[in-house]
Design a protein around this ligand. Structure first.
Ligand code: ADP
Ligand code: NI
Length: 210
């Protein structure tokens, strides 16, 4: 088997059944979207596919291991050192870290994978994932007395007490304007509009207006 196919089988077995929005199907959607964007932007497909497949193997919210398991996996595949370094650099700098924290990607491949991951936090799927995450962490759906916070540091974002509706303002609605590539920007537009419509209806129903 080729390195990418081997990696696909490995990650599938590791992430199957995860219930916080980081399940195998999230990774698969990010992979497929990243390939689609990479093809229209002319990015290196091997780098993009490996980074997309490994990007949530060790999420900071659930593990202290950082990128060590992804590093070990890539080293065992006996890929060129540059490929390993490039993929690890992408997965360690990809995540959203708060409204006021910049997370610039150095290479086209990094920009593509970051866009694909962010698109999966938007639209209908994004709405489903964010409520699944909120439920898994025991966070309220909404509390009119607890407004959103524009976090200025990763620590504040990570440790802040919030609600799932606030998360739309703290992250999801900020993503469309932060897309790196024109191909992703186009897709982000429709997904953003759908989330705005959802929030409007949510607010009307909350106030018994609809
Ligand atoms: P990603 O895989 O997009 O990098 P994260 O690791 O940040 O996502 O989180 C997984 C999912 O949970 C995403 O859809 C994200 O928007 C959502 N999420 C993260 N933090 C919160 C939160 N505090 N409340 C609700 N949803 C959240
Ligand atoms: Ni992800």
């Amino acid at each position: 088997m080729e390195p990418v196919e081997k990696t696909e089988a490995f990650v599938k077995q590791k992430l199957s059944g995860e219930a916080t929005g980081h399940d195998w199907f999230h990774t698969l959607r990010v992979h497929d979207m990243a390939v689609r964007i990479a093809e229209s932007e002319g990015a290196d497909l091997q780098i993009v596919r490996l980074a997309a497949l490994l990007h949530d193997l060790d999420d900071w919210k659930f593990s202290d291991a950082g990128t060590a398991p992804a590093k070990k996996w890539l080293e065992d595949l006996e890929l060129d050192e540059e490929v390993v370094d490039h993929v690890l650099d992408i997965i360690s700098s990809l995540s959203f870290k708060g409204a006021g924290v910049e997370t610039p990607m150095k290479t086209l491949e990094g920009k593509v994978v970051q866009d694909a991951d962010r698109l999966d936090a938007m639209g209908a799927i994004g709405i489903a994932r964010t409520f699944a995450y909120g439920g898994a962490t025991g966070q309220p759906i909404h509390d009119p007395g607890l407004g959103p916070t524009m976090h200025e540091s990763f620590e504040a974002y990570k440790d802040g007490r919030t609600t799932t509706i606030n998360h739309f303002h703290e992250k999801l609605l900020l993503l469309a304007q932060r897309m790196n590539t024109p191909a992703a920007q186009k897709i982000a537009f429709g997904r953003h509009r759908f989330m705005e419509e959802f929030l409007q209806r949510f607010s009307h129903e909350w106030d018994s207006k609809l």
